[in-house]
Design a protein around this ligand. Structure first.
Ligand code: ATP
Length: 224
């Protein structure tokens, strides 16, 4: 199966307050359709690694490839374009704009990409809401829906540009068990049915156990 994301010899140092070698020779690959989780004790470097993989942090050593293209040492504008087109994000906090409607929130990354007309984007956004069974929320203000619904809207927003990979940083961290299960099922379906790759940092062992692969980190290293 084809490789969508590859990290080669990633090292990262924080220089302040004292020099700290936070990521130590990280190597791994994520295949198309793979649903992988990253686990490890607090402070082992999971979020730092996800920031690098998602191209938001460029201050590292080593090489990153997305769809077999080198994405290390690219210009800030080019990285912003790659991120918007190929990477969907789901965080612990949803970061929806509270005064905008659900549909408008989902449309935003596609408007930023500016490859389609507003009408097309609106259609695509509605299709994503339908896929996640929340189309009835389309016209509601984002501030007026529940926490579990907000997270599903955040997933729809992450999907709007048909990304190569979804990256999640504790996407179920704020949810109760019912809504966490819902998010897991959505991710699993995206991986099984749509061939989407997912890489999710989680502290939830039950969630991680049911992914295709657990990448375990310890003290800045991948140990499994
Ligand atoms: N900007 C920074 N400057 C210096 N040290 C940092 C900085 N950001 C994080 N660290 C340190 O780097 C280490 C890794 O942090 P990171 O947030 O990646 O851990 P984590 O595994 O995601 O933890 P958690 O599970 O608690 O979210 C920690 O020891 C943290 O204190």
């Amino acid at each position: 199966m084809s490789i969508v994301l590859e990290a080669k010899h990633i090292n990262k140092y924080f220089k302040k307050p004292v020099l700290f070698h936070v990521l130590k020779d990280i190597n791994f690959q994520i295949k198309k359709g793979e649903f992988a989780s990253i686990m490890g004790k607090s402070g082992c470097g999971k979020s730092t690694l996800l920031y690098i993989l998602s191209t938001m942090d460029t201050d590292y050593e080593g090489e990153l490839f997305l769809n077999n293209q080198l994405i290390t040492n690219q210009s800030r504008d080019h990285l912003s374009h790659i991120r918007n087109k190929h990477i969907g994000f789901v965080f612990q906090f949803h970061y929806l704009l509270p005064e905008f409607s659900v549909l408008e929130n989902v449309m935003l990354p596609a408007k930023k990409l500016a490859e389609k007309s507003t009408l097309e984007i609106e259609h695509d956004a509605f299709e994503k809401l339908k896929m996640l069974n929340i189309e009835q929320l389309a016209k509601k203000k984002a501030s007026r829906i529940s926490g579990g619904e907000k997270q599903r809207v955040a997933i729809a927003r992450a999907l709007i540009n048909n990304p190569t990979i979804i990256m999640g940083d504790e996407p179920t961290g704020n949810l109760d068990s019912y809504n966490s299960e819902n998010v897991f099922k959505i991710f699993k379906k995206l991986s099984d049915d749509e061939g989407l790759s997912l890489l999710v940092v989680t502290h939830d062992e039950d969630f991680a156990k049911r992914t295709n692969r657990i990448i375990t980190m310890e003290d800045g290293m991948i140990i499994t």
